[in-house]
Ligand binder design. Structure first.
Ligand code: BEZ
Length: 178
């Protein structure tokens, strides 16, 4: 019998977890959550920037009725040691209701959000300023520009035409930055 401690958990990925899957999982399904939208408002000192020149990566902010698509992974609980370490730069796990799109079924799960109370939070800025910061940031995981382009590709494949991400992609591809 599976004890409560070992019961697998659904984790919802809306950013790099969609395309950088460096953890084992039991199932993965296209999925959505409601009431949240992506924003490049979180600073990255450890992956796509440095402490001296932080990059910007996605977090979620509340947005009534907005549907955010992503990928849900069913994982064993020891996978969270890896994920918590990977997302340690200000993200915390929150409980969330996830809709599995193929099955049209709701399951309880968790996601990672970096809210305004964390030390690396940068918050809102004009989109062109965000694009400029991204164009100039690089970190141990690669360029911040590639993070945006990979995310945009992954969202296109999922059919989530997120205007915030695609505007940044367009500014970066056309070098429309300072
Ligand atoms: C995600 O892809 O779900 C994710 C994004 C940022 C931090 C942690 C997870």
């Amino acid at each position: 019998m599976t004890s409560p401690e070992t019961k697998p958990t659904w984790v919802f990925g809306y950013g790099s977890l969609i395309y950088k899957v460096d953890f084992p999982y039991l199932r993965s399904e296209q999925a959505s959550i409601t009431g949240w939208q992506r924003r490049f408002w979180q600073g990255s000192h450890d992956h796509r920037g440095t402490p001296e020149q932080p990059g910007r990566v996605v977090t979620l902010v509340p947005a009534a009725k907005v549907v955010c698509k992503g990928v849900a992974y069913l994982v064993d609980n020891d996978v969270f040691d890896h994920l918590d370490h990977r997302e340690k730069n200000g993200y915390r796990r929150f409980d969330i209701d996830i809709k599995l799109l193929k099955q049209q079924q709701r399951v309880p799960g968790v996601l990672y959000v970096a809210d305004e109370h964390n030390f690396a939070y940068l918050g809102a800025a004009p989109t062109r300023d965000i694009a400029t910061q991204i164009a100039n940031s690089h970190g141990p995981s690669g360029s911040n520009r590639d993070y945006v382009l990979q995310l945009a590709e992954a969202l296109r494949d999922l059919g989530d035409l997120d205007p915030h991400v695609f505007e940044l992609e367009s500014l970066l591809r056309s070098n429309n930055t300072r």
